[in-house]
Design a protein around this ligand. Structure first.
Ligand code: GLN
Length: 209
């Protein structure tokens, strides 16, 4: 049983819950999803999901509820996290916005809503390291990673990184939970832990179930 904590103070929680359940099934495991709105739950989780939403709100609530320190301890223990869109902003080292107190888990500087200013929302097929077919990436008012430090860049869009790995944390500018494709959840929680076999699109639940 994989205990998956979805940070649920604000944002798209149910989509991540469904995605991690499907990802776990593809690896022969059941996921128990725990929605996290208060402290005390993170320490029992094997993996964490930091969803998209509004990063200023998420950041404020993580601090006031005492969850921020627990997420940092989870990562310090080497346990996986998938941080998407606003989740990546919160997990970054610098969001260039005083209202976002970053968790300093992913060594990138982000520009909030940079994509949004150009184009509010779009979907694009994206080549991602470790996936042998393009991933249908949904960008919604997405952050731009304008400075990547000591991270592994997994995917780029227009030359800018949009998916990165920093140790046990995978961060994406886009929203993998808003498609039927759970390969990024698998990459973050299973392949990243157990090895590096390429995840084939054919093994996505759309085809496998
Ligand atoms: N632009 C939003 C923010 O700064 C994030 C958007 C999203 O998560 N879809 O929080």
């Amino acid at each position: 049983m994989l205990r998956a904590g979805v940070i649920a103070v604000q944002g798209d929680v149910s989509e991540h819950a469904a995605a991690v359940e499907r990802a776990a099934r593809l690896h022969g495991e059941e996921a128990e999803v725990v929605e996290i709105r208060q402290s005390g739950l993170v320490p029992d989780c094997d993996v964490l999901l930091l969803p998209g939403g509004e990063s200023t709100t998420i950041s404020r609530l993580l601090r006031s509820e005492g969850i921020a320190a627990e997420i940092k301890a989870h990562v310090a223990a080497g346990k996986p996290v998938l941080a998407t869109c606003a989740g990546l902003i919160v997990a970054s080292t610098d969001a260039k916005d005083d209202r976002v107190e970053t968790l300093d888990l992913v060594d990138v500087t982000v520009d909030r809503n940079a994509f949004g200013r150009q184009k509010d929302s779009f979907e694009a097929p994206l080549d991602v390291d470790g996936l042998d077919e393009p991933f249908p990436a949904v960008f919604i008012r997405a952050p731009l990673i304008d400075d990547a430090g000591d991270v592994e860049v997994l995917a780029r869009w227009d030359d800018d990184p949009v998916a990165v790995r920093d140790g046990p944390v995978v961060g994406t500018s886009f929203h993998p939970e808003l498609t039927d494709d759970v390969r990024l959840h698998r990459l973050a929680f299973f392949e990243g832990v157990e090895g590096n076999s390429k995840l084939s699109a054919e093994e996505s639940p759309v085809d496998a179930e």
